[in-house]
Design a protein around this ligand. Sequence first.
Ligand SMILES: [Cu+2]
Length: 67
Amino acid sequence: MTKTVFYVEGMSCKSCAAKIEQACNEVGAIKVQVDLVQKQVEIEHDPNSLEAGLLKEQVEKLGYKIV
Ligand SMILES: [Cu+2]
C-alpha cells in the first residue's frame, strides 16, 4: 500500500473535497482524506493497480491544479 499526498490548488470547500474524493474512489483508491485547511489530499492506494499519475489526472480533470 502506498500513500500519495497532493497539494491541490483551488480546492476550497466541502463540495470540492467530495468531488475529489469521489473521483479518486472511482479509479480504485482505498482511502481518501481531504484536508481543506492545508489544501492537501492524502490517498491510500495499491501502486500495482493504481498509479499516482492516474490519481493526479483524475483530480486535474475536475479542474484543480496539483502543485
Ligand atoms: Cu468547492
